[in-house]
Design a protein. Sequence first.
Length: 121
Amino acid sequence: MPRFVLLEHTWDGVHWDFMLEDGEVLRTWAIDAPLVAGTDLPARALPDHRRLYLDYEGAVSGNRGTVRRIDAGTYSAVAWGDHLVHVRLQGSQLVGEVVLCQVGARSDGASSWVFRLGNFD
């Protein structure tokens, strides 16, 4: 089963990186607010990351802060497209569903998404 990781990334403030293994890369979204179930949170798509972040904690190269693992586990895809990602997580803390929907583009060229946790046990 493919893996996921949720990292707390401290760099110019704090945000959370949600990463889903997709072949040889991690599809990655940054979420700028603490994760709360049942709440739509703004997210931004980041470039794909290396799979080493599935197991990594520590300093990020290029003086881009540090990351700390909040949770990790496996996931199964319910829907997987360019503008919608719906997965079921099986982590040590996060067990349930995540839906990510693309809602537009940002002024910096990144795509804007909405991240929603739901149906957690």
